[in-house]
Design a binder for this molecule. Structure first.
Ligand code: FAD
Length: 284
């Protein structure tokens, strides 16, 4: 009998606004703990909040209190080398040695700093300054919005791999065909590091409107029909959004995906439903 491997399952959470406090996210994380995800990654604000007070603090809790492997995101376009070194030191202190090295979005009204033009510059800097850190990179099955062609974007990704990205996590997508075509292009240019597919179960209409404008991902016809049918009924929309994500994940698992990275939106209910619907069965 041929045994198929089970894809890894990891989660993404975001730190709340420091003014709100961490109580709610800590409770949410405790509710995700039993699933024993492969790792939990913590996003970081690009130019708004202090990373040490937000991302590092939450990463510390996940790693040291919950004992779950943790990845800290680090967008660097608005950071200097000195600021990155401070962030690395803060992560070092709490024992978190995995970083999702990012450029970060450039805001039209805020000039970037000069030190890190691309994520690759950050990767090279970390490799030099703190070679004991593991580095993860971001990638975009539909192409990064600023890339003139997907081909150029994938070529830049090859440079990211060569600089030291040891695995990649994708932007969310709702049509698996983009992911499969993207993987073929990566193969052609020699990108062979593991790639985790970013999946976001969409559980309300507002969330998707925000995501589409932010990431520019395309919505397939069956997704739009689902929104039209269930968008005004919160419970039905939630269940339909989870069912859609489950369908995507089952297909990706059958296609041999390395891992699923779940954009949880800090919602343990969603994480648990996805785990129960797909991963518990695959693991048994
Ligand atoms: P890069 O890899 O630098 O790419 C940016 C653009 O430059 C692309 O068009 C690329 O083709 C091009 N490029 C890259 N290298 C070169 C080169 N050497 N020469 C010429 N062109 C090049 N943002 C946050 O602020 N906080 C987060 O926590 C966060 N988490 C994320 C997690 C994931 C999984 C993903 C996919 C994105 C995340 N983002 C986050 C968003 C991300 O910061 C933006 O998408 C940003 O615009 C690009 O970041 P990057 O690291 O992919 O950039």
């Amino acid at each position: 009998m041929v045994r198929h491997h089970t894809p890894s399952l990891s989660f993404e959470v975001f730190p709340p606004n420091p003014a709100v406090g961490n109580e709610k996210i800590i409770q949410a994380l405790r509710e995700m703990q039993d699933i024993a995800p492969h790792y939990i990654s913590v996003t970081a604000s690009n130019n708004k909040f202090n990373i040490e007070e937000t991302t590092v603090r939450l990463a510390d809790f996940i790693y040291n209190d919950l004992k779950i492997p943790t990845i800290a995101h680090l967008p660097a376009v608005y950071l200097t080398k000195e600021m990155v070194s401070d962030a690395l030191q803060a992560l070092d202190k709490v024992g978190v040695h995995k970083i999702l090295a990012l450029r970060g979005d450039i805001f039209p009204d805020v000039a970037p700093k000069d030190d890190f033009k691309y994520a690759t510059d950050l990767i090279e800097y970390i490799k030099e300054e703190a070679p004991h850190f593991d580095i993860v990179g971001a990638c975009y099955p539909e192409g990064h919005p600023e890339a003139d062609t997907l081909l150029h974007d994938v070529e830049n990704l090859r440079i990211k791999q060569a600089a030291g990205a040891e695995h990649l996590v994708t932007q969310l997508f709702f049509d698996n065909e983009y992911f499969y075509r993207f993987k073929e292009r990566m193969d052609l240019v020699g990108i062979h590091v593991p790639v985790e597919a970013g999946i976001m179960p969409v559980v309300n209409k507002k969330q998707i409107e925000r995501m589409v404008s932010l990431c520019g991902v395309k919505l397939p016809k069956k997704f739009i029909s689902m929104m039209e049918r269930y968008g005004d009924n919160p419970i039905a929309m939630r269940d339909a959004g989870i069912a859609y994500a489950v369908d995507q994940i089952v297909d990706l698992a059958a296609g041999g995906v390395d891992g699923i990275h779940l954009y949880t939106m800090n919602n343990p209910y969603i994480a648990n439903r996805i785990y129960e619907s797909v991963f518990r069965l695959m693991a048994s």
